[in-house]
Design a protein around this ligand. Structure first.
Ligand code: FO1
Length: 316
């Protein structure tokens, strides 16, 4: 079984490739819920929705979040009536927030709500929230501590970041299907998707049972660099690395993760960094990591899985 850790857009795109390469019983996609928040009375789970919509093929490919073929009557009317419109909810997207909020109010676990919604959208692979209980990313900035969506959407990642807190992570509980995976022996590798190391992957690793499991692992961890040519493919990862004193490069990401990761997949444009990354004791695969189409996502997923198999074989 392969366990993939995923956050926003980059995670969702590689999840599509992994889901094409592996049958449902051989893949668990663990998704960040640190971005989740209460808004207009709804519980909103952006990364769960981005992964779900992208696996279902109904995601807005331009924005990277929300649904394709969207209409905006709700948010336009909300604006007319004086409601908060900084976080844009499309009419189709709204149905997910309504159903999730109702189900959570009826004490349905988040993982079960996600399973039911994904099934309705035709997604057969398991999309597992990292925790059934709330974990909220708080961003410490030069303008004080901000909630994630305040920082990310309302302030467009402009404040300078000093650090993060993942409130609720200490007693976060992975969903039962994920706990079974963590306690089983069937995992052959973990894949860190090219998601933001601080905002998407770190919250998942902050869930104690997940962090401890990956550190004592008996299987290889392969990561696809979210930084290509010194920049993030999408989002604030490179800006955050600069603000936190890390080098915004594929090598900087390798050093950020340290001994958590055994093998790296970096983009062709970073091929010159391969020897330096190997000097960090990592096995490096250089390939095209820009997932600009479904077939490129599949090729990248297959390359990452092959890299993991090579690492598993060389562990003896
Ligand atoms: N991101 C924005 O930059 N602006 C928005 O108005 C916005 C709305 C939105 C609605 C639903 C949803 O699932 C995601 C949405 N996002 C929006 C993206 C969201 O902030 C990010 O996807 C994650 O939180 C970070 O990956």
């Amino acid at each position: 079984m392969i366990v993939a850790l995923a956050g926003g857009v980059g995670g969702a795109r590689l999840a599509v490739g992994l889901a094409a390469a592996l049958p449902p019983r051989q893949l668990a996609i663990v998704v960040n819920t640190g971005d989740d928040f209460q808004h207009l009375g709804f519980t909103i789970c952006p990364d769960l929705d981005t992964v779900m919509y992208t696996l279902a093929g109904v995601n807005d490919r331009i924005a990277g979040w929300g649904r394709a073929d969207e209409s905006w009557n709700f948010i336009d009317t909300l604006r007319e009536l004086g409601g908060e419109i900084w976080f844009r909810l499309g009419d189709r997207d709204l149905a997910v927030h309504v159903l999730r909020t109702l189900a959570l109010r009826d004490r349905v676990p988040l993982s079960e709500v996600t399973r039911r919604l994904a099934l309705r959208l035709g997604v057969r692979h398991a999309i597992l929230p990292m925790s059934e209980t709330p974990v909220r990313t708080r961003v410490r900035t030069d303008r004080g501590e901000l909630s994630f969506q305040d920082y990310f959407v309302r302030l467009r990642c402009r404040p300078r970041v000093r650090g993060f807190r993942f409130v609720g992570s200490r007693n976060a509980t992975p969903p039962a299907p994920l706990r079974n995976v963590l306690r089983g022996e069937a995992v052959s590798a973990v894949v860190l998707c090219p998601s933001n190391p601080y905002l998407s992957i770190a919250p998942i690793l902050a869930v104690p049972e997940i962090g401890a499991w990956i550190r004592r692992r008996g299987f290889p961890v392969v990561a696809v660099s979210p930084i290509v040519g010194g920049a993030a493919v999408k989002g604030p990862a490179a800006k955050l690395m600069r603000e936190l004193g890390e080098q915004p490069s594929a090598l900087g990401v390798v050093r950020h993760y340290g001994n958590l990761v055994d093998g790296w997949v970096i983009d062709r444009c970073d091929a010159k960094l391969k020897p330096e990354i190997e000097r960090e004791g990592k096995r490096v695969l250089v390939t095209d990591t820009l997932m600009t189409s479904r077939s490129k996502s599949v090729r990248l997923a297959e390359a990452a899985l092959a890299h993991a198999r090579m690492l598993a074989a060389s562990r003896g």
